[in-house]
Design a protein around this ligand. Structure first.
Ligand SMILES: *[C@@H]1O[C@H](CO)[C@@H](O)[C@H](O)[C@H]1NC(C)=O
Ligand SMILES: *[C@@H]1O[C@H](CO)[C@@H](O)[C@H](O)[C@H]1NC(C)=O
Length: 538
């Protein structure tokens, strides 16, 4: 009975399927390859055949595609490699470039356009993938974008028109790289150096357009635009021989009223100074300069002027928008010439005489106290300024010199010997008398040599009959030295300081006197007491 049960157990055991891993080969996996037949276990002696996966191919020189499950339950050695197939070098775009340098199956490259070029789609780039060719035999791969996209030049709109100027193009299309040149109309100039170019940039824009600004400074000797930005009524341009510089081309007023009218301009605070030179021949002729906005001011030329002497006129223009100024000659027919019209964008208002300071003085270079004029202050001997030297003051745009400098004593009074103190303190006042034109008269009262004084004229700037600018010095253009040189005189020093050698001499003398006196006293004392070694009598 017992043996039967055991036998049954053994039979049952032997019929049960045995775990067979001990006598089969496992899956023969190889990178990027598939094997046939596809199963998980192979008996000894079974073989598999490989083929490369999609997008891959057998590397050259590797022929064996079979392996066999060997008796030791290993696969025969691998003799092949499946490598990625290549799509080849992608199509090259013109005016574009490729980002990405791996051209095999599964990789992606990106097409971009170069600067200034763009895709017709408006996209910034195009991607191309290396993909299998569907249905190909043998299997191959290709770029999903076979032909490189087209990059075309970025177009620009028409260039902007500008006021008082124009542009010229070379007839090419307005696209990236196209260049146009701007020109200002006669009487206007750009703040940019010539030639004024604009180029269609990579973003399809021309950049900020140039500005053509009024050319206020008239060079009548310029052949191309002899009247600059001024409209010109009844002035004619003539060649004249200029006694000073050889020759000059001027505007010559012949008979009727003649007017030069400026283009409209904006004068910012604190104002502008219009200056020019003029000369004429007759007495009853008026020269007016008027500012049409906001009010009218004019300057009158009164009295005869010598043809050979150029006079300078300076007129303040008040801040305003749309200012036009006119230079007009009326009255008796005359030859009146105008030259070197200049507009400075700062007032010509002169500064008053610089303030005198205690214990110091100023010196100027003899120029009129106009905007920008610079003077230097000096402290008297024994005094110092808290400012670094040189101590300057400049006539500013408001016609002021600013706070005057201070000359201070460097040491307390007690430390300086009184004798030196008083001898070095001198009063240096500057007696500067500017040459001024009398408000009512035509001839200045001071200092101009007689031959020159006859050529002076007054210019009065009036608004509604009110004089708004004080008459001022009118200097000849050049040559005549009716200058202020002899009017700006420094008062001579009133005292002389003791020199250092003198002081040293006094000190040495004093010491010598003291020594001599000491010796005499000592000698007398010794004689009285009969000190040995000192002779009793001399
Ligand atoms: C074009 O546009 C880009 C982006 O706005 C900017 O960085 C670049 O400066 C522009 N180029 C020019 C020439 O204006
Ligand atoms: C001129 O005057 C204006 C207005 O008072 C002032 O703002 C400006 O600072 C002054 N300029 C100088 C140099 O003092």
């Amino acid at each position: 009975m017992k043996s039967r049960i055991l036998l049954l157990f053994l039979i049952c055991f032997s019929l049960t399927p045995q775990a067979s891993s001990q006598d089969t080969c496992g899956r023969p996996l190889v990178d990027e390859a598939v094997y046939r037949p596809f199963q998980n276990e192979f008996a000894v002696g079974e073989s598999v055949a490989y083929s490369c996966r999609t997008g891959h191919q057998l590397q050259s020189g590797h022929a064996s595609l079979n392996r066999i499950c060997q008796a030791d339950l290993t696969w025969s050695s691998v003799e092949f490699v499946c490598e990625r197939q290549s799509c080849g070098f992608p199509d090259t775009p013109s005016n574009g470039h490729i980002v990405g340098d791996t051209y095999t199956f599964g990789n992606t490259i990106e097409y971009f356009c170069n600067t200034g070029f763009e895709l017709s789609t408006g996209a910034s780039s195009v991607r191309s993938n290396c993909v299998p060719v569907v249905g190909s035999d043998p299997p191959t791969v290709e770029w999903s974008v076979a032909t490189a996209p087209t990059c075309s030049r970025v177009p620009c709109p028409n260039p902007p028109n500008i006021a008082n100027g124009r542009f010229e193009d070379s007839g090419v299309a307005y696209e990236y790289g196209a260049r146009i040149e701007y020109f200002c109309d006669n009487g206007f100039k750009s703040n940019e150096a010539s030639p004024i170019h604009r180029t269609c940039d990579e973003n399809g824009t021309w950049g900020d357009p140039p500005q053509c600004l009024v050319d206020y400074d008239c060079d009548f000797e310029n052949f191309r635009q002899p009247t600059c930005g001024y409209s010109n009524t009844r002035w004619s341009r003539e060649f004249r021989r200029d006694g000073l510089s050889g020759r000059s081309y001027v505007l010559h007023r012949s008979s009727d009223d003649a007017t030069l009218t400026s283009a409209a301009l904006t004068i910012e605070p604190p104002g502008a100074c219009l200056s020019f030179y003029y000369r004429g021949t007759l007495g009853g002729t008026r020269l007016e300069v008027s500012q049409t906005t906001p009010g009218t001011s004019d300057t009158s030329l009164s009295g005869g002027i010598s043809e050979s002497d150029w006079q300078e006129a300076k007129i303040d223009l008040t801040p305003s928008n749309n200012v036009e100024f006119n230079v007009k000659v009326s009255g008796d027919p005359a030859d009146v010439e105008i030259d070197d019209l200049t507009l400075n964008l700062s007032p010509c208002v002169p500064c008053p005489n610089p303030p005198n300071i205690a214990n110091g003085r100023f010196e100027d270079s003899g120029v009129a106290y106009e905007y920008g004029a610079r003077i230097e202050y000096f402290c008297d001997n024994g005094f110092k300024s808290n400012e670094a030297s040189p101590i300057h003051r400049t006539c500013d745009e408001n016609g002021t010199w600013g706070d005057p400098p201070q000359c201070l004593e460097p040491f307390p009074m007690t430390t300086a010997p009184p004798s030196v103190q008083t001898s070095t303190t001198r009063r240096m006042s500057t007696t500067t008398t500017m040459t001024t034109v009398q408000p009512t008269g035509a001839v200045p009262t001071t200092t101009a040599p007689p031959s020159v004084s006859t050529t002076f004229a007054s210019i009065q700037l009036t608004v509604d009959g009110r004089r708004v600018v004080e008459p001022k010095v009118i200097l000849p253009k050049s040559g005549n030295e009716a200058s202020t040189e002899d009017t700006n005189t420094l008062a001579p020093p009133t005292g002389r300081p003791l020199s250092v050698p003198a002081i040293v001499g006094i000190a040495v003398g004093a010491v010598a006197v003291v020594l001599i006196l000491s010796f005499i006293v000592y000698f007398c004392h010794a004689k009285k007491k009969g000190i040995p070694g000192v002779p009793m009598s001399l």
